[in-house]
Design a protein around this ligand. Structure first.
Ligand code: ADP
Length: 514
């Protein structure tokens, strides 16, 4: 019996002992965790995979880049793999657990310095452990007219962690990687790379010009295991003088077509500038209710019941939440264009005045679309209860007929497994991130098995139609990588071998192994 709760693949316990001893020398014993008790925070996942397949062997917590470099030297010597996390929230994608059993979680939460916030050029430079809340407080305390763009887990998540995972938020800066500029990366051999202009000694243009000279490298450090990102520049939105959020509710399922056809031209032309959302009735209901209070029958909730519930609760079959940003004058002009378009499409346009001051769903969207900190969407986890959630997130064209087709594909599979279609489209520039929350009871093994099979089948059915997901959880990384084809996999593999010949960085991340 090993004294560890897991060991890295192919590493003998005596070697692991030596590596642990060296980590303790570098970090102090208190920052090297390897008992089950102390590893508990890294063992809690929401995806339907047995935790045994993703149990880490240890977790280590450096506080500087120099300590990371020393850790990497030890890892190369003993071939012990590390799985870097920033704040490790990543709910519904694997939380803080590694892709494969036995990896050491490299928890970067102690690297939590806000290096710089520039109020003129509107950017920040942050370390991995900085949370949205921390950056928000920093900006508020200094009274800077800058907005953040939090994703769903908002306050507790990390701008750096979310951006390297290519997450999204809901303001005009919603596509996080697009609005990042300049990375510092610790490579497996301990070299420190600064991307773009950051490679120039004494550069002060690192956070203002992305491309630098030669091949642009930032992208290869997102959703990847080619390096550990230790600093990130993010652009911040200047707070506009005026802001007008609104919702457009549509009564019928098929109205998604009209909704998207109306949104697309306005979004591409930047009349509507933000990554708003188009949520279905069950999403709205699930954020604010428990399923058993609304429906107790077996299987997925039938369409007719959803329609009745939507009516009773005053939500649309589809609900478009977007906003206008600018001055009172520009907003007044755009408001005419927007309301005319949505009314012509059969939607009911509602503002704060229409819904009143206390509508929790409206207020939640109002807040996230201006970068406020809220945890409201966590309400989804109470819908079923039992702690199970996994995001299925295929990319769609921003075209009504396409969203309709994807919804049909998804419902067919979900219904088969008795899982509700809790779906939302995030409005990209020309795409929609189709986000489906697979909510299930993780305390019931049969439910867990169903959710796992359901996800796998969704991937296959969507891939058959040419659709892929924008991101996946630690349990399906190999499968999704395979669906993206052999040439992509081969290029990834070559880069991996060149940058990390010992395979010490996050083996299995995005399906990339040594
Ligand atoms: P958040 O808490 O913001 O949701 P996480 O810290 O959970 O983000 O990070 C999400 C994923 O991104 C991790 O599982 C890991 O694969 C990757 N990741 C996070 N931080 C880094 C980093 N500093 N360098 C490289 N990859 C990272």
């Amino acid at each position: 019996m090993s004294k560890y709760i897991a060991l890295p693949k192919g590493v003998a316990e005596v070697d692991f002992d030596k590596a642990i001893a060296e980590f303790k020398k570098i970090l102090g014993a208190g920052n090297v965790l390897h008992t089950r008790e102390r590893l508990a925070p890294y063992l809690k996942i929401m995806i339907p995979a047995p935790i045994e397949e993703h149990t880490p062997s240890a977790a280590i917590m450096p506080e500087s880049v120099e300590q990371i470099q020393r850790i990497l030297r030890v890892c190369n010597r003993y071939k012990t793999p590390v799985w870097p996390i920033s704040t490790g929230k990543n709910f519904g994608y694997g939380s803080a657990a590694p892709a494969t059993r036995g990896q050491i979680v490299l928890d970067l939460k102690r690297l939590n310095r806000i290096i710089e916030v520039d109020p003129d050029l509107c950017f920040a430079v942050v370390e991995p452990g900085v949370t949205y809340q921390q950056l928000y407080d920093y900006i508020k305390e200094r009274n800077l007219p800058l907005w953040l763009d939090p994703p769903i887990p908002g306050p507790v998540a990390s701008p750096l962690g979310n951006t390297v995972e290519r997450g999204v938020g809901y303001t005009p800066y919603g596509e996080h990687f697009l609005f990042s500029c300049g990375m510092e990366v610790a490579l497996a051999n301990g070299d420190i790379l600064r991307t773009g202009m950051g490679s120039m000694p004494n550069s002060n243009t690192w956070q203002v010009f992305k491309w630098g000279y030669g091949p642009s490298l930032d992208g290869i450090f997102t959703q990847s295991n080619f390096g550990i990102v230790t600093k990130l520049g993010i652009w911040l939105m200047p707070a506009p003088p005026a802001y007008k959020p609104f919702v457009v509710r549509y009564p019928d399922q098929a109205d998604i077509v009209k909704a998207i056809e109306t949104v697309r031209p306005l979004r591409i032309a930047q009349v509507i500038p933000n990554a708003g959302t188009v949520s279905n009735a069950l999403w709205e209901l699930a954020v604010a209710n428990r399923r058993e209070d609304l429906y107790t029958g077996a299987g997925a909730i039938p369409e007719a019941t959803v329609a009745k519930l939507a009516k009773a609760h005053g939500v649309g079959s589809w609900n478009v939440y977007t906003a206008l940003y600018g001055t009172e004058e520009t907003i007044a002009e755009h408001w005419k264009i927007v309301t005319a378009a949505f009314k012509a499409s059969g939607g009911t346009v509602l503002t704060q005045e229409d819904v009143g001051p206390d509508d929790p769903l409206f207020n939640y969207r109002r807040d996230v679309m201006r970068g406020e900190m809220t945890m409201r969407e966590f309400g989804l986890y109470n819908w079923r209860g039992g702690g199970g959630s996994m995001w299925f997130a295929p990319v769609s064209q921003a075209r009504g007929s396409e969203t309709m087709k994807q919804m049909g594909l998804a419902k067919k599979v979900l219904n088969k497994y008795g899982i509700d279609y809790v779906g939302l489209f995030v409005i990209g520039w020309r795409d929609m991130h189709h986000i489906i929350d697979i909510l299930y009871d993780r305390t019931l093994p049969a439910e867990m098995e169903k959710a796992r099979s359901c996800y796998s089948e969704l991937l296959d059915d969507f891939a058959r139609e040419g659709y892929g997901v924008y991101r996946t959880n630690i349990d399906f990384m190999d499968k999704v990588a395979k669906l993206y084809g052999p040439v992509k996999a081969s290029v990834n593999h070559k880069i991996k071998k060149a940058l990390d010949p010992n395979g010490i960085l996050a083996p299995g991340k995005s399906g990339i192994h040594r």
